[in-house]
Design a protein. Sequence first.
Length: 173
Amino acid sequence: MTDHLSPQGKAGLHLALYPHHHHMPTRSSDCFGSGNHIPNSKIAEYGDDARLAMVWAILGENNAASLQMPASPQMPASPQIPASLQMPASLQMVEARFHYLIELTFPGPVTIGVGIVGMGSSSVRVMAGYFRDGRCHVLGHFVLVKTVNGASVPLTADERARAAPFLIANLPA
């Protein structure tokens, strides 16, 4: 079932690889009346919750605290948008891929391991494994791009430093 995974993906099958762990309870309402099967849409939501702590840590607490933050040296004001209306920087998901390895069902909690597998000038590549009872049920790969007011902007040196604890070490290419 995992023969199709890259060496990087196969490494992601182990919770110990991930620097950040997020624990999620499952609920009967997650199943949408489909027995105990948790559908893809809910699995994606679990991943959003797991990535959020990492995103806030990278962008900084001031950025996460307000949706109408004034311009700062890390986020210069746009000449087209008044500073009072500047939106905070965000890491927008531009790509999401999931490998469903084992059905995820209710009941039972899920532990989602999250880590960064690479960074570009304005992007962050993230891998997440969804675990229960020591087994990886779902493996997710995401690309997030830093934006301000809808435009891609480079990650700052401070953001890169805050991302460092989330980097997955010794990951195969």
